[in-house]
Design a protein around this ligand. Structure first.
Ligand SMILES: [Zn+2]
Ligand SMILES: [Zn+2]
Length: 194
């Protein structure tokens, strides 16, 4: 499976959201339908970003992917957010929805990276600043190292990422080339070896 990088996925999600907005503005769909569709498109982008992050750490640390997925409850939150934007000031709607979709996908990437690093048994994460992220906030935080449970802090649309740092507190089973990746997942963190 090829998974699109989260940055591209953020662009795709934003494009889908704008297409849904266009249908809504053309009165082809109701506001409720539009809000649900926007939430679904954004959630799909978050899921792809989470899978990407999971696979990235899995490759980097040579451990099985944990099967991280965003919580389904996020769908309701996203639908509410979309509903709010659609109900307010029509001039900024396009920009706000596009921003919502992008920011959500990018934050899923960061949250999933952190969770995958913890799940792989590392004690710390290290922040790697995106070259084109901001001078004001991200530059001074570049390379900071934090205990793995510390939530990654980022401003909306931040493209910085996290990598594992230091020793592992526990050694997860390494992936064997011949082993099929059988794992069952609930809420993203449990792993069942077969
Ligand atoms: Zn920044
Ligand atoms: Zn950043």
């Amino acid at each position: 499976m090829t998974t699109q990088a989260p940055e591209q996925e953020a662009d795709s999600a934003a494009a889908k959201v704008l297409a849904i907005l266009a249908m809504y503005e053309a009165a082809t769909i109701t506001q409720d339908t539009a809000a649900q569709a926007i939430a679904t498109a954004t959630f799909a982008g978050k899921a792809v970003a989470s899978r990407w992050a999971d696979a990235y750490i899995s490759t980097l640390a040579n451990v099985r992917p944990t099967g991280l997925i965003p919580d389904r409850e996020e769908l309701d939150r996203l639908a509410d957010a979309a509903q709010t934007v659609l109900s307010e000031d029509a001039e900024a709607t396009q920009e706000r929805l596009e921003r919502l979709a992008r920011a959500e996908v990018l934050s899923s990437k960061q949250q999933a990276l952190r969770a995958a690093i913890e799940s792989a048994g590392f004690e710390f994460w290290q922040r790697i600043g995106a070259a084109d992220c901001c001078e004001e906030i991200c530059r001074p935080l570049d390379n900071e190292i934090q205990p793995v449970k510390r939530i990654f802090w980022a401003h909306p649309l931040c493209r910085c990422r996290l990598v594992p740092y230091g020793e592992r507190t526990q050694q997860p089973e390494p992936v064997e080339a011949t082993q099929s990746p059988l794992f069952t997942i609930t809420r993203g963190v449990e792993r069942t070896a077969s």
